[in-house]
Design a protein around this ligand. Structure first.
Ligand code: SAM
Length: 301
């Protein structure tokens, strides 16, 4: 960790700010799939959260053939409520893998943005099935803040093959062949529609971050949520977009404490731009900080 990175402090308790509205609590449980124990079942297609390499075997060959015929082989597993709360398993169905606590943090952030009237739009880079973004959109609407644009940036075809030299941070994290992480723009759009959340203020930015974001124009941002896992997927968001986050705005990093490449990117960027804002630990995986009123200017690279 860089010498400039502020020590991590736990996120303040929700008391008095969030966590009490039954509609919002139900949304969290539905979006994370926690209302269905079967969402803990695991797809047997060679990938799951703790195993990054495809199984190159006869079994794999047959699983793929069955999948082509429309059969999905799943392994029944015990539902672990703690894992789902902390976002440390991948739900077979459900709309978000970030877990309840990271949705709690988004609730606090969006409520604060509304209460303090922090100007700007919201952008999530790395949306998968759209769940965390759907949560933010539902809450914005609920708070009468639906006029803010919500930008969804994703390849909509999974993670990139790490493009940086093989000795770099993302080397061990090649998930580019992981079908579970490939969710099309049509599916995400349909997910929003299913919840009555698709309107003209939901904007899609399709493409690899390094191609799409330098040319994107999402306006000023009250909240930037980074959820691209890799070093390069984190840097490729920060470089063009950090400067858009307004004072008082939130920068939320889904993977800081779980993915070393993501952590290196954040620490490097904060050190380079002398960002000293206090970072808060959400749940042992995600962190966030708020952009101070007077921060050194960060020119887009
Ligand atoms: C961990 S998932 C996001 C989880 C999501 N926020 C949720 O609520 O469950 C990571 C997503 O980032 C996308 N992604 C990662 N790196 C990317 C890049 N460099 N360019 C475009 N999309 C990327 C993947 O396609 C995937 O949808």
């Amino acid at each position: 960790m860089s010498h400039l990175a502020a020590p991590l402090t736990d996120m303040p308790p929700l008391t008095g700010v969030a966590g009490t509205d039954p509609y919002i609590e139900l949304l969290k449980n539905v979006l994370t799939g926690a209302v269905y124990e079967e969402s803990a079942w695991r797809r047997e297609d060679g990938y799951h959260r703790d195993k990054f390499r495809p199984l190159k075997s006869l079994r794999q060959f047959f699983l793929k053939r069955w999948a082509k015929r429309g059969y999905l082989v799943v392994k029944a597993q015990h539902f672990d409520a703690k894992k789902r709360e902390l976002g440390t398993d991948w739900p077979l169905f459900g709309y978000s893998m970030v877990g309840k606590r990271r949705l709690d943090q988004l609730e606090v952030a969006i409520r604060t943005i509304a209460a303090e009237q922090i100007p700007g739009n919201i952008l999530e880079a790395g949306v998968w099935r759209g769940g965390a973004s759907m949560f933010m959109k539902a809450l914005l609407n609920h708070l009468g803040e639906g006029h803010r644009q919500l930008w969804l940036a994703d390849s909509f075809e999974g993670l990139p093959k790490p493009r940086l030299a093989p000795d770099t941070k993302d080397k061990r994290h090649d998930l580019s062949e992981c079908d579970f992480l490939k969710v099309s723009i049509e599916t995400v759009s349909a997910n929003f529609e299913r919840f009555g959340l698709l309107d003209e203020n939901v904007r899609f930015l399709k493409g690899w971050f390094c191609d799409s974001l330098p040319h994107a124009n999402p306006g000023k941002l009250a909240l930037l949520r980074l959820d691209g896992d890799l070093y390069e997927s984190t840097m490729d968001v920060l470089k063009p977009l950090y400067q858009n986050v307004v004072p008082g705005g939130f920068v939320v990093v889904d993977d800081y404490l779980a993915w070393s490449g993501c952590r290196e990117a954040i620490d490097e960027f904060r050190e380079l731009h002398k960002i000293k804002a206090q970072m808060f630990n959400i749940d042992g995986t995600g962190v966030y900080w708020r952009v101070p009123q007077a921060q050194p200017s960060v020119a887009a690279a």
